[in-house]
Write a protein that binds this ligand. Structure first.
Ligand code: UD1
Ligand code: CA
Length: 531
């Protein structure tokens, strides 16, 4: 059995360079806040105690902890007097912390649980007083440098602003992730001074203090320096996001997911994908989303906190809090809002919005519709341009439609209302009263047409002018048709007369002004043909 461990996460800093109303550690990165990422990485340590030092935005950070990591106990650091000060307050709040105390900066979201586990295992095996995670980086700017002694052992950590030019040239940096012997740490923290450029108690000074006591300290070099990167401003946050995206995408591709364009595919760390899922470009899968085998997602699709069944397809859609059944089809251009449930092989088609509604197996809403607060049975077809009128201005009501129903195009279901199994409705029906099973319901009565209404009641409007122009064109067409008919009749008469003569006149002798004997080409505009 491992001896009791404690984890302390430092999350009290403001993160000035983020220039944000939101405390730095609460900024999200692929489905978790920076702080959550760190706490998740620490979870396998099975610490007896987890403490989070909060200060800047303490209320917000505490509320977030209660929601996402209730095992973590917040410790208030009212004034941010440095990382050493923060750890000191945490230890004072829980003196019986146990043998190993793991300290983590709250802003290193790419740290893997395996790496932290290996660091702590090495620390406990060697019995060091402190073990520091370090990394060789190309650009160490702004970070604490690892100073080694002649034997190559860890001697001290020097902050960049306190470092000599020679020390600044060192490219091995302090990741801000440590394992300490609890008693040795507590004793060293009591000796910290604020004799540095920032006038703060530096946790990093503990290393030199332990060394001075001839206690063993060690550096644990990260194999992948990316894991140690912190986010201090939003450009770094975006860079970490891209790195995490690539890591997540590599994981899923290796697990059998096809990603056509991994660079534009963003999958939260909280999402689960089955093998043979295909993700088209520009697709975001977020939150507690799970996707079944062989489903097709995208392009241009966002799916949040939803379940997509095996073999389903979701194309150019925005889906939140929905359950999409096996082999169901969504989109293109669909919006599914919370509480939408699609049965097996059901369809939410083009320009369709659903909310708090369930569609049975094989049921289709193919075009241009709003389905709100509805329950629709199996194998029913909803006509194009249908609206489920769910809101009376004060309350929402439900529409219930049975199985194998066929509703016409452009219907309104004014809830609360029911349509029975196998019922039909005509096009343009406003369904205000329930339709029994097998009935046909139509509304609106026979069509009435009031000729000339617009010219009479909307004179001078563009509509009236358009109507007048159309009528004039129609009159002209009628007159022209009459003339053409006359001409044709005259030609036929002339032909008959000619046929009565014994010999044909020589060709080309028809003089000007005479009627030609070939009919006008009906394809030419402006001719007299009326075909
Ligand atoms: C710290 C390290 C530096 C290391 C770097 C890695 C110190 C003195 N320096 O520098 O060697 O290379 O991390 O990213 O430790 N915090 C508190 N209370 C405070 C001050 C800070 O809780 O009073 C928290 C912050 O919220 C943050 C973490 O401690 O999560 C680190 O603080 P930050 O100010 O970012 O330290 P760095 O200057 O980056
Ligand atoms: Ca930092």
């Amino acid at each position: 059995m491992t001896e009791a461990r404690a984890v302390i996460v430092l999350a009290a800093g403001e993160g000035k360079r983020m220039r944000s109303a939101l405390p730095k550690v609460l900024h999200p990165l692929l489905g978790r806040t920076l702080l959550e990422h760190v706490l998740v990485a620490a979870a396998p340590l099975a610490a007896a105690r987890t403490l989070a030092v909060v200060g800047h935005g303490a209320e917000q950070v505490t509320a977030h902890l209660a929601e996402t990591a209730p095992h973590a106990v917040p410790v208030l650091q009212a004034e941010q007097r440095g990382t050493g000060h923060a750890v000191r307050l945490a230890l004072e709040s829980a003196p019986d912390c146990g043998r190993t105390v793991v300290v983590l900066n709250g802003d290193v979201p790419l740290l893997r649980p395996q790496t932290l586990d290996a660091l702590v295992a090495a620390h406990e095996t060697t019995g060091a007083a402190a073990t520091v995670l370090t990394a060789e980086v190309a650009d160490p700017a702004g970070l604490g440098r690892i100073i080694r002694d002649d034997a190559g052992g860890l001697a001290a950590i020097v902050e960049e602003r306190d470092a000599t030019a020679e020390q600044r040239a060192v490219r091995e940096i302090n990741a801000g992730i440590y394992a300490f012997d609890g008693a040795a740490l507590a004793a060293a923290l009591g000796k910290l001074t604020t004799h540095n450029d920032q006038g703060e108690e530096y946790l990093t000074d503990v290393i030199a203090l332990l060394r001075a006591q001839r206690l063993p300290v060690a550096a644990f070099v990260a194999t992948d320096p990316v894991e140690t990167l912190g986010a201090n401003d939003r450009t770094e946050l975006a860079a970490l996001g891209a790195l995490l995206r690539d890591r997540v995408n590599r994981h899923w591709m290796r697990a059998g997911v096809t990603m056509i364009d991994p660079a534009t595919t963003w999958v939260d760390v909280t999402v689960t994908l089955a093998p043979d899922v295909v993700v088209e470009p520009h697709t975001q899968l977020r939150g507690a989303t799970t996707v079944g085998e062989g489903a097709l997602l995208g392009p241009d699709t966002t799916i949040v906190d939803s379940t997509v069944g095996p073999g389903a397809s979701v194309v150019r859609a925005h889906v939140t809090g929905a359950e999409i059944g096996p082999q169901a089809s969504v989109g293109p251009y669909a919006c599914m809002r919370p509480g939408s449930r699609l049965g097996r092989k059901a369809k939410v088609g083009t320009f369709v919005e659903t909310k708090n509604s369930s569609l049975g197996e094989g049921t289709k809403v193919p075009h241009l519709s709003y389905v709100g607060d509805a329950t629709i049975g199996d194998h029913t077809n909803i006509g194009a341009a249908t609206v489920f009128v769910n809101y009376d201005g004060v309350r929402k009501h439900r529409t219930v439609i049975g199985r194998h129903a066929r509703t016409g195009a452009d219907n309104m279901f004014v809830a609360p209302v029911e349509v029975g199994d196998g019922a039909y409705t005509g096009a343009g029906t406003v369904v205000r009263r329930s339709v029994p099973p097998g009935a046909l319901s139509v509304s609106g009565g026979p069509q009435r047409t009031l000729e000339g209404w617009v010219e009479r009641y909307r004179p001078g409007t563009p509509a009236a002018e358009a109507a007048q122009a159309a009528q004039a064109a129609r009159a002209a067409e009628t007159a022209q048709a009459a003339r053409a008919a006359e001409t044709a009749q005259a030609a036929r008469a002339a032909e008959t007369a000619q046929a009565a003569q014994p010999e044909r006149e020589p060709a080309g002798s028809a003089g000007p002004g005479e009627t030609p004997d070939t009919p006008a080409d009906p394809g030419q505009p402006g001719d007299t043909a009326t075909g």
